[in-house]
Write a protein of this length. Sequence first.
Length: 81
Amino acid sequence: MQCQDVFTVPVSIRRAVNHWALWRSSDAFVLNTLGRRLGIKGLADIYKELETGAHDHIWVDLSSNGPPLRKNITKVITASD
């Protein structure tokens, strides 16, 4: 599934999703709200620290089968990044 406004997706579907590919939004409030709902504090700050470009995204893995955060699926994001 792909959408531009995650909050238009029904809650029952959002709760069933284990993997998220999130592109940067110009609205830090929306990013941080989504981050809190996914259990990620300061999502907008993470984008700034990683210096993400227009084509970069943050991969969120809620399945507990791998690193919870990655940049562009391949680079693991750690607390020190």
